[in-house]
Design a protein around this ligand. Sequence first.
Ligand code: NDP
Length: 309
Amino acid sequence: MTAKLIDGKAIAASLRAELAARIAKLTEAGARKPGLAVVLVGEDPASQVYVGSKVKQTTEIGMLSIEHRLPAETTEATLLALVAKLNADPTIDGILVQLPLPAHIDADKVIEAITPGKDVDGFHPVNVGRLSTGGRAFVPCTPRGSMKLIKSVRENLSGLHAVVVGRSNIVGKPMLQLLLAENCTVTVAHSRTKDLAETCRQADILVAAVGRPRLLNETHVKPGAIVIDVGINRIADPATGKNKLVGDVDFDRVAPVAGAITPVPGGVGPMTIACLLENTLESYEAQTKKSGRFDAVTEWICASGNIQP
Ligand code: NDP
């Protein structure tokens, strides 16, 4: 292997340690703990695992973790009422509603009900809009974590060509915005892209967020490129007969060509939760200072009558 391994697990651990130190300083001075509320509706096994990890890591760094586990048959009205209650709760700085929601609940409606100042997932249209206009906003956690991994290899990205494969609202599109803000030239590829390998080979930075096991191999990678694999795919492992996790990048084939690469697991995954905690602490700082970056926009939204504070 020639590529540098980007150790997301270690980088996430050091970010969590830094956040824990910041929180300890605040609470030792008598301030309340930052609070993160996580809402899970239904029994989706993968979501249960994610929520379990989020709760554990939130508590470990000294934050208040409030967990709401609701049955799959919970009505949209009940969920919206809970979101309104959390919006108004002064001990809560971040609200995360775990997706996907059961089919009878309109996920967009729920996301739009979260007050933008507590939308630590960065999915509310106000935060999405502010990110795209260059304003200050909560940045979705996976792209934020992916940027930190890229920056761990190279600080100045100006003028580099980045190719993002995938155009979802939670990964591909915010990734595009973040890379653009770093003065990259950005191409976004997707399922209708004509020659994916040719497009990807132009990339100095290649971000794969597709959800197709090992779709990208050495034919997609320019020698020396930074390769960030967001994909998390469960496949059967013939050696053990059990399921194992693989990315969207064929690690063994790409590592000899790339300049730096994230593994799966242990790459982007751990960064996502660490960045959720970072967003929550930033929200706390904004709420407590009352001069923070989200207050004005939150007040505006609440005043417009669309959202109950
Ligand atoms: P989506 O399914 O929402 O989006 C997938 C994107 O990939 C779409 O834009 C789709 O194109 C594109 N695509 C699908 N097939 C191809 C193909 N053959 N060639 C080129 N593009 C293709 O997925 P997400 O963005 O939500 O997630 C992507 C991956 O990242 C998944 O494996 C997911 O599990 C993982 N993930 C990991 C996280 C982490 O914490 N590490 C967090 C979030 C996601 P089109 O738009 O044309 O359909």
